[in-house]
Write a protein that binds this ligand. Structure first.
Ligand SMILES: Nc1nc(=O)c2c([nH]1)NC[C@@H]1CN(c3ccc(C(=O)N[C@@H](CCC(=O)O)C(=O)O)cc3)C=[N+]21
Length: 283
């Protein structure tokens, strides 16, 4: 299988964002992303650092609000409310997962839909379902860009999404549908899952299990998008797909690392730019 270069595509997307941000600055508009991080989750620390770096590359101001693990839900909601009504904040994101004593649903619902650059609020999810303009969730949006970058038409293809989470599987299915693919969503209760996966011209693996997709499950010539980020005992990152096992197959695959994760971050920059433009009536 040939690799789809997520690093190159992310760089291209960020360069386009940077050019637009520069033009916006000329009009006196400076986009800003605020990330709220509660607690000390080590993976979250890494992701948040990556986002700050991307912002710097794009000329987007960034601010990280670090709150202790002991933060109450009410305190977090109050911090969100301050950013919702701060006109200098274009995009607002609360890093997940949150400590167990905080209700994730309540927190997401508190974010202003006009600043919801993750595309996680019910308003944006609803807009996505009915095909209105909205903030697309970054990971699925990045997956679509990776698929489009292959130059292969998505229309009419059989797409299989492995996983049905609110942040990846479900919105991914909707975005593929919007591209006129024929979409099947598989999950832990799917009967004879391997035979369903084998039908896929386009396979999006977002099940969160290291190398769950074995070579016998992948159709010859398929486009495979690997959303998995599983840390192995050896400290290395593994996707949901056994990529080395697919070496002799025709088709294309996004690597882990170097694929979907980088595009997730690039799409966050796209959304933050879009938020700033909309808030200034420029979109
Ligand atoms: N509100 C919220 N929004 C998110 O978008 C969000 C979140 N919470 N919580 C956690 C997940 C995970 N996530 C990733 C982002 C970038 C990489 C990434 O850049 N990965 C690199 C390498 C990373 C490494 O080496 O550790 C790559 O795949 O090449 C991975 C994962 C965003 N998430």
């Amino acid at each position: 299988m040939e690799r789809i270069d997520g690093k190159a595509l992310a760089a291209k997307v960020k360069a386009q964002v940077a050019a637009e941000v520069e033009a916006l600055r000329g009009q006196g508009v400076v986009p800003k992303l605020t990330v709220i991080l509660v607690g000390e989750d080590p993976a979250s620390q890494v992701y948040v650092g990556g986002k700050a770096k991307d912002c710097a590359q794009c000329g987007i101001d960034s601010e990280v609000l670090r709150l202790p693990d002991s933060t109450t839900e009410a305190q977090l909601l109050a911090e969100i409310a301050v950013r919702n009504s701060d006109p200098t904040v274009s995009g607002l994101l609360v890093q997940l997962p949150l400590p167990r004593h905080i209700n994730e649903k309540k927190v997401i619902e508190a974010i202003s839909p006009e600043k919801d650059v993750d595309g996680f609020t019910p308003v944006n999810v609803g807009r996505l379902v009915i095909g209105e303009d909205c903030f697309l969730p970054c990971t699925p949006a990045g997956c679509i860009e990776l698929l489009k970058a292959t130059g292969e038409p998505l229309e009419g293809k059989r797409a299989v999404v492995l996983g049905r989470s609110n942040i990846v599987g479900k919105p991914m299915a909707l975005l593929l549908l919007r591209e006129n693919a024929t979409v099947t969503v598989c999950h832990s209760r799917t009967r004879d899952l391997p035979s369903v996966v084998r039908e896929a011209d386009i396979l999006v693996a977002a099940i969160g299990k290291k190398r769950f997709v074995t070579p016998d499950m992948v159709k010859e010539g398929a486009l495979v998008v690997d959303v998995g980020i599983n840390r192995g005992e050896d400290g290395k990152l593994y996707g949901d797909v056994d990529e080395p096992g697919l070496a002799d197959k025709a088709g294309r695959i996004t690597p882990v690392p170097g694929g979907v994760g980088l595009m997730t971050r690039a799409m966050l920059m796209v959304n933050t730019l879009k938020a700033a433009k909309r808030q200034h009536g420029l979109d």
